[in-house]
Design a protein around this ligand. Structure first.
Ligand code: C5P
Length: 226
């Protein structure tokens, strides 16, 4: 099965408050997005990677990748204004003969090889897989204007979606094509596949696979790496 990984890393990083784009920030001396490339380099299930970089930073990303002498083919592609556009740009450069696509946020450096391979194996059987974790807090739905609680959701059936998310190539392509002009923000790829009407399997990942969004998250990631 030919499987490629797309790593969207073209976000503006507004919540990170740093002049350097978040994926290029050093975490224990290594650029944040390089951690996931190293995991994908190790997996015999993955044939190559596509990194989605901010349009004006592609050369910098290329230079960083060169430093690490990866053996697998890695392409750097310019991202768009939304995560949806960024992943779509990555899908466009893939060889149409591949079988599966794994999408993994460049801002999640702590993903493990075990979780990546479990997700891919499950996708071989079900065509669409999301890695997630059961939520720990109590979640309330609120009326955003009144800031009043509308309802308390049943925690037993709530999971937080993470990445990796793995899909059969043709299914993800169709779901993305149908997502053109969508009026709601697709904050992950599973959302597009769900809207397309396909079943998406959720498998349990790891709480440590955090998304680095704010400066505090970087400190947490440092602690988790120790
Ligand atoms: O914004 P959010 O935290 O959901 O972003 C998740 C991932 O998608 C990040 O790794 C970010 O760099 C990426 N992204 C992107 N292009 C955008 C927005 C987000 O590649 N326009």
């Amino acid at each position: 099965m030919k499987t490629y990984a797309i790593i969207p890393a073209a976000g503006s990083g507004a919540r990170f408050k740093n002049d350097i784009p978040k994926p290029l920030v050093l975490l224990k001396g290594k650029e944040i997005f390089v951690y996931s490339l190293e995991v994908f380099e190790k997996s015999s299930f993955i044939d190559g990677m596509v990194v989605i970089a901010p349009a004006d930073r592609c050369q910098e990303f290329e230079n960083v990748i060169k430093k690490y002498s990866f053996k697998k083919p890695i392409k750097v592609v310019a991202g768009g204004n939304s995560r949806y556009e960024s992943v779509s740009n990555g899908l466009k450069v893939l060889d149409p003969n591949i079988d599966f696509v794994l999408v993994h946020d460049g801002a999640r450096p702590l993903v493990s090889l075990k979780v990546v391979e479990e997700a891919i194996n499950m996708a071989y059987a079900t065509k669409a897989v999301v890695v997630g974790v059961p939520v720990k807090p109590t979640i309330k739905r609120i009326d955003p204007r009144a800031k009043e609680i509308d309802t308390t959701l049943d925690r037993n059936i709530l999971w937080e979606a993470q990445t990796p998310q793995v899909f059969a190539y043709e299914l993800l392509m169709q779901a993305h094509r149908q997502g053109v002009g969508l009026d709601v923000e697709a904050t992950d790829d599973a959302f597009l596949v769900e809207r397309f009407g396909a079943k998406v399997k959720m498998i349990e990942g790891e709480y440590r696979n955090i998304k680095i969004t704010t400066p505090e998250d970087l400190k947490i990631a440092e602690a988790l790496l120790e």
